[in-house]
Design a protein around this ligand. Structure first.
Ligand SMILES: [Zn+2]
Length: 94
């Protein structure tokens, strides 16, 4: 049996799982770049707001880490409304 286990056994996600932007395409926003021994490590932000760590090597671009997209906002409509003044203005039929 071949002992080629250099790659982690993860499915090759060739695109962002949140917005579908291909990993091979240039990211819309580059957060920072760091030169490494193997090439270049680029922190990018995807269209959906997720942070990605891209390894740029001679073999190509590989996304080694991926964050979650930015939370849109805490739900503003989840504020519980209190029942209005129950029993304070009861107008009986006259
Ligand atoms: Zn995305």
């Amino acid at each position: 049996m071949p002992a080629a286990s250099a790659q982690p056994p993860e499915p090759a996600a060739a695109a962002c799982p949140y917005c579908g932007w291909p990993d091979g395409e240039p990211a819309p926003a580059v957060v920072s770049e760091h030169r490494t021994a193997r090439g270049l490590t680029v922190w990018t932000r995807c269209w959906c707001g997720s942070l990605q760590v891209r390894q740029l090597t001679a073999a190509g671009i590989r996304v080694s880490a991926r964050g979650r997209p930015a939370e849109p906002r805490p739900a503003a409509s989840a504020r519980p409304e209190r029942a209005q003044d129950v029993g304070s203005c009861r107008l009986g039929p006259s």
